[in-house]
Write a protein that binds this ligand. Structure first.
Ligand SMILES: CC(C)(COP(=O)(O)OP(=O)(O)OC[C@H]1O[C@@H](n2cnc3c(N)ncnc32)[C@H](O)[C@@H]1OP(=O)(O)O)[C@@H](O)C(=O)NCCC(=O)NCCS
Length: 158
């Protein structure tokens, strides 16, 4: 399989927050943000693997700032590291005020997807080109997060 760069699959999704997405205070619902994070993460992983995928894990998620109706929600996703049949993707969420352009980071999420075929059998994912010092650091951090989430999964399984 041909190795690919993270930049080959990096994705940006932008949409306007509409009243239907919001709570009575006029802020986007946390569940809507989570849904969009899942989609943005999946798109980058689909672009990397060109396979079917399932979400295996979503790490701890914080909502640092609210996003109000009329603002833009921007989701940027990129693959941080690939393992054997799974890969990790980082999704950064920003709000942007349409009239001023003021932009704020509102969430950062790490998700793990597993590549499968149409029978549900797990398949190997293409390698990720990890070349720069920064890419190596990001991938090393992803390995540490993977160990921790597998530890927590095993605890959850009991
Ligand atoms: C995710 C799933 C495919 C894992 O299958 P499994 O047979 O239990 O898992 P295994 O222990 O054999 O691990 C398979 C791979 O998934 C990874 N994985 C499994 N659970 C994980 C978790 N909670 N967090 C991170 N990685 C995980 C493993 O590290 C392994 O990756 P690798 O091949 O790159 O080393 C399976 O649990 C599943 O189908 N879950 C439901 C997924 C789902 O419905 N998602 C929501 C809708 S898409």
């Amino acid at each position: 399989m041909m190795p690919k760069r993270s930049s080959d699959s990096a994705t940006e999704m932008v949409q306007v927050v509409l009243p239907n997405d919001a709570n009575p205070l006029g802020f986007i619902l946390g569940g809507t943000v989570m849904h969009l994070i899942d989609i943005a993460g999946a798109i980058a992983c689909h672009r990397h693997t060109r396979s079917l995928l399932v979400t295996a894990a979503v790490d701890d998620l914080q909502f640092l700032n609210s996003i109000k109706v009329g603002d833009l929600i921007i989701l940027r996703s990129h693959v941080t590291c690939v393992f054997t049949t799974s890969l990790e993707v980082q999704v950064d969420v920003y709000s942007e005020e349409t009239l001023t352009g003021k932009r704020q980071l509102t969430s950062r999420a790490f998700l793990t997807f597993v590549a499968i075929d149409r029978d549900g059998t797990r398949v190997q994912v293409p390698p990720l080109l990890v070349e720069t010092e920064d890419e190596k650091r990001v991938c090393a951090e992803a390995h540490r997060r993977r160990e921790e989430r597998l530890r927590r999964r095993d605890m959850a399984k009991g």
